[in-house]
Design a protein around this ligand. Sequence first.
Ligand SMILES: Cc1cc2nc3c(=O)[nH]c(=O)nc-3n(C[C@H](O)[C@H](O)[C@H](O)COP(=O)(O)O)c2cc1C
Length: 220
Amino acid sequence: MTLFRLDASIRAEGSASREIADIVEREWLAAHPGDAVQRRHIGVDVLPADAWAHAVSAGYVQAEDRTAAQAAAVELATTLTDELVDADAVLLAVPLYNWGVSQHIKVWFDLIMTDPRVREPEPLLQGKAVVLATVRGGGYAPGTPKHGWDHSTPYLRRMLGDLWGADLTVVERELTLADVNPAMEPLRPLAAQMHAEALDAALAVGKAFGLAPVPETSRA
Ligand SMILES: Cc1cc2nc3c(=O)[nH]c(=O)nc-3n(C[C@H](O)[C@H](O)[C@H](O)COP(=O)(O)O)c2cc1C
């Protein structure tokens, strides 16, 4: 069995999304001792920003006529797609940046969307257990000024769940900046509560994730 883990935080230390994903991964490994974890940290080892355009244009020429850049982009898209479809389960840790998804994760989605497998009748992740850990520095609850400004989580749900057919579970945490932003000082008790709740949720989701059946239709 293989777990594929994708991290999109631009930092490796002190990352709230990694903290949640670490718990989920730990619970997966507890249920599947000795399993392999295939990792990709696109926030740090970034994908080339121009690869997507090369992969798209490669689709309009014969394989033997592709430029070196087009061939490399197609190979990268194939590798990224292989990592997803070959895994028995998938774990993603994706923060909110500038009220949307970072270019790092967008190019990951865009490259996979150039792979011919996304056009097969069966969705790419049909029935596959996928956990998304997502974190936000601010607060977006109904009634707050920025309610509706998180344009990342709906996009991620749309792509992973609706388009690719994953059996998606989302663990969220807000107010991650409360401890470092003086203006958020009054929110610190609420932030601490949200932190604790997110870690509890990660534990419960991780346990269920470890028990998730591998779909019969898995392409792995
Ligand atoms: C460049 C940058 C832009 C950010 N933009 C937002 C934002 O639009 N909304 C928000 O709530 N938090 C924003 N944040 C805060 C992050 O979502 C928060 O720090 C989160 O915890 C980062 O994920 P990590 O802890 O896994 O690294 C931003 C952080 C950075 C560094």
